[in-house]
Structure formats: structure tokens, C-alpha cells
Design a binder for this molecule. Structure first.
Ligand code: S3P
Length: 172
């Protein structure tokens, strides 16, 4: 694939609910690469869930762990790596992603994200108030950073299959 760098690592970025994990898993299977979810790796390393990490240690500690885990994975074998929505906001993480991998922004609309995430547990940032307002705020802050990704794929409300297909076409 022309669009994969020498490291063979594809990193998916984008807001929560965009489908980084589900689409990433499908894309990895089609490419014959392992799929790694950075959030799961962080939970494994910490021995507890992300909401527990936020509650016990706070967001800054979560971000430190997130950076460590992602930097380690970027030095590992080829894979498709889904990162948590905030990972790309960290300058050092972003630089490492940009130098060691191909980054791809899975872009969905606010409307779709809000619908998918409303009432869903497990995202501590959304538990702090009205999810729609929080997502709109995160979108405003984060889109300029996501826009720096190497490749942008607009998912809208498309199925996992169709979005995975779009990603593969963008890489071809
Ligand atoms: C976060 C997104 C989550 C997880 C954590 C913080 C964020 O990952 O890392 O709850 O800052 O947007 P997903 O994007 O996979 O939901």
C-alpha cells in the first residue's frame, strides 16, 4: 500500500464515537495486520478501566499513561492502531504519530456522534455534563488538530463496512 509508511503503522484519530475501534478492526483484518486499541492497552497497563483511571488519578495522569503507551506501540511492529480521541491533542504524541506512522482522521458529524454516545457509559469526559454540549466543545477544540492528519476520511453515518472500504481506498 502506497500510503503506509515504512513502519507499517496506521494510526486512527478522531472524536469518540467516530468508529476508530470498529472500523479499525475491520481495516486491520482486511490488511492482514494486527489491530491494537490504545485505550485497551492503557487499561491493561493500569490494571483498571479508563473511568477508574480518571476517577482515581485524574486526567493528567491518564494522558501521561496514554502518551507512554502510544510511543511504545509506535516503536513496535506494523499494526492498525486506534487512539483515544484526546491522544492527538498532546504535542509529543502527535509528533511521534506523525513521524512514525500514517495518521488517518475518521471524521463523523456531531449529530451522529451525539446520537451514538448519548446514554453510553465508559467515557468520563462525557459524564461531566450534557454530552451534546461537551462533544460540540471538544469538536471545536480538536478539529484543527485532527485536520493535520495525513489522510481524512468522512464517515458521516455510514456503516462500518462502507467506512472501512473508504479507508482502504484512501490507502490504496
Ligand atoms: C477520550 C476518548 C476515549 C478515552 C478517554 C478520553 C477523549 O477514547 O481515551 O475516555 O479525550 O476524547 P475513544 O475516542 O476511543 O472513545
Amino acid at each position: 500500500l502506497r500510503a503506509l509508511p515504512q513502519s507499517g503503522i496506521l494510526v486512527l484519530v478522531g472524536l469518540m464515537g467516530a468508529g476508530k475501534t470498529t472500523i479499525g478492526r475491520r481495516v486491520a483484518a482486511r490488511l492482514g495486520l494486527p489491530f491494537i486499541d490504545a485505550d485497551s492497552e492503557i487499561e491493561h497497563a493500569a490494571g483498571c478501566s479508563i473511568p477508574e483511571i480518571f476517577a482515581r488519578l485524574g486526567e493528567p495522569a491518564f494522558r501521561d499513561g496514554e502518551r507512554r503507551v502510544i510511543l511504545r506501540l509506535l516503536n513496535g511492529p506494523p499494526c492498525v492502531l486506534a487512539t483515544g480521541g484526546g491522544a492527538y491533542m498532546d504535542a509529543r504524541t502527535r509528533e511521534a504519530i506523525r513521524s512514525r506512522s500514517r495518521s488517518l482522521w475518521l471524521r463523523a458529524t456531531l449529530h451522529v456522534l451525539t446520537r451514538r454516545l448519548s446514554g453510553r457509559a465508559g467515557r468520563p469526559l462525557l459524564a461531566q455534563g450534557d454530552p451534546a454540549t461537551i462533544l460540540a466543545d471538544l469538536q471545536a477544540k480538536r478539529h484543527p488538530f485532527y485536520a493535520e492528519a495525513d489522510i481524512i476520511v468522512n464517515c458521516g453515518d455510514d456503516s462500518v463496512d462502507l467506512s472501512a472500504q473508504r479507508v482502504l481506498e484512501a490507502l490504496a
